[in-house]
Design a protein. Structure first.
Length: 187
C-alpha cells in the first residue's frame, strides 16, 4: 500500500468532502490559466494613442531659435507594442529614461521616469478631447506637484510643457517648455 504525504491526504480529504474526485483535487490549474488574458496592444486603439511620440527627436526650448544640436530623445515601442521606452540624452544634463504604458485597469496612462541622478517620478494621466496627453505627479523629494502635457503638432513635431506647483495645485509655474522635431532618417 502506498501512503500519501500528509498535505496530499488533506487535499484529497477536503476534495472528497466538497464532492470532487481525488484525482481532480491533486491537479492544480496550470499557471498560464491563472494569468489574466494578455492585451492585444498592437490593435487596441487606447495603446496606440501615444504613438505620435515614437521616433528620434532633436529637443530644444520652445520659442527660441533652434541651435545646431539639442538634446536627443529616442522613443521606441517595446514589449509587444504595449509600452513606449524613452531614452533622453541631453548634452549637459543627466540622461534619463521613461517607461510609458496605458493601464487598462485604471484606464489612465502612466509614465515612470528615472534619471542618472536617481530621480524617480511616477506620472498618471489621460488624453483629453483636445488630443493632448495630460500627466500629473508628486515631485520626488518635495511636497510640490508637477504636470507635464504632450501636444502632437503634426507628424514631425511634439511640444512637451511642464508646470510645477508649490502650493498644492492652487497656482502653477512653467518649469520647462520643449519642442521635439523629428530627426531626418529617425523612426
Amino acid at each position: 500500500m502506498r501512503l500519501l504525504p500528509r498535505a496530499a491526504c488533506s487535499t484529497v480529504l477536503l476534495a472528497s468532502m466538497l464532492g470532487a474526485t481525488p484525482a481532480l483535487a491533486q491537479t492544480a490549474p496550470p499557471a498560464a490559466a491563472m494569468r489574466p488574458k494578455p492585451a492585444d496592444c498592437l490593435s487596441d486603439p487606447e495603446y496606440r494613442r501615444f504613438d505620435f511620440w515614437i521616433g528620434t527627436w532633436d529637443v530644444q526650448p520652445t520659442g527660441q531659435p533652434r541651435a545646431a544640436v539639442g538634446a536627443t530623445s529616442r522613443i521606441e515601442q517595446i514589449l509587444g507594442s504595449c509600452a513606449l521606452l524613452e531614452n533622453w540624452e541631453p548634452p549637459k544634463q543627466p540622461a534619463g529614461k521613461s517607461f510609458n504604458i496605458y493601464n487598462r485597469v485604471s484606464r489612465k496612462w502612466e509614465q515612470f521616469w528615472v534619471d542618472a541622478t536617481g530621480l524617480l517620478t511616477h506620472y498618471t494621466g489621460e488624453f483629453r478631447p483636445d488630443g493632448n496627453l495630460y500627466f500629473e505627479a508628486d515631485q520626488f523629494g518635495s511636497t510640490n506637484k508637477i504636470r507635464m502635457t504632450f501636444f502632437p503638432q503634426g507628424p514631425d513635431q511634439v511640444r512637451q510643457l511642464g508646470h510645477v506647483s508649490t502650493d498644492g495645485g492652487k497656482t502653477w509655474t512653467v518649469s520647462f517648455d520643449l519642442t521635439y522635431v523629428k530627426k531626418r532618417g529617425g523612426a
